[in-house]
Write a protein that binds this ligand. Structure first.
Ligand code: ZN
Length: 178
């Protein structure tokens, strides 16, 4: 759960960072910029600012902004059907991306409160212009480094509301209160 104020501030900060990174958008589109806390009510450590460029029946394009060490919790995209293939491409800042594999975690910080729900420890460090594609079904989580990060998430059909997360406490639809 987040407050309207947190939502407003999150949108403003994300909009400023996107603009500085050269992302083009219309002012009124900011109303659909999602400030997500994943139902955990600790937006600063586990949360994301998600701006959808478009969602069609086949494709989805997002610009995701994370503030320093803000983390999108570990999840995957079910491989049934064609599955969601997801490509990350960094626009500004550094993205720390974690997938299964040898434990190379050194720059990232696993959120203390939910340490048990972060099982991927193979660290990929992506800077501006770096691109990584994840096959459907591959578990992942990501985090900004010391500085905020702005990056694209391009994918086949998105099904955010149905994507499984490792942490059973996660509720994907953010509740907003006064
Ligand atoms: Zn994903």
């Amino acid at each position: 759960m987040i407050t309207k104020r947190q939502q407003r501030e999150g949108r403003e900060k994300a909009a400023r960072l996107m603009r500085e990174a050269g992302v083009v958008f219309q002012e009124q589109e900011l109303e659909k910029l999602e400030v997500a806390d994943f139902g955990l009510s600790r937006l600063e450590t586990e949360g994301a600012q998600i701006f959808s460029l478009f969602d069609t029946k086949r494709l989805a394009a997002r610009v995701i902004t994370l503030f320093p060490y803000q983390t999108e919790p570990e999840h995957w995209h079910e491989p049934e059907g064609t599955g969601k293939e997801e490509t990350f491409r960094v626009i500004a800042g550094t993205l720390l991306l974690y997938v299964d594999g040898e434990d190379t975690l050194s720059r990232g910080k696993i959120p203390e409160e939910s340490r048990a729900y972060y099982t991927c420890r193979h660290e990929l460090v992506l800077g501006p212009g770096d691109t990584v594609t994840l096959e459907p079904g591959k578990k992942h989580w990501f985090q900004a480094g010391e500085e905020p990060v702005v990056f694209y998430s391009m994918s086949t059909t998105a099904s955010d509301a149905r994507d499984p997360f490792t942490d059973p406490h996660i509720v994907r639809v953010t509740q907003i209160t006064e």
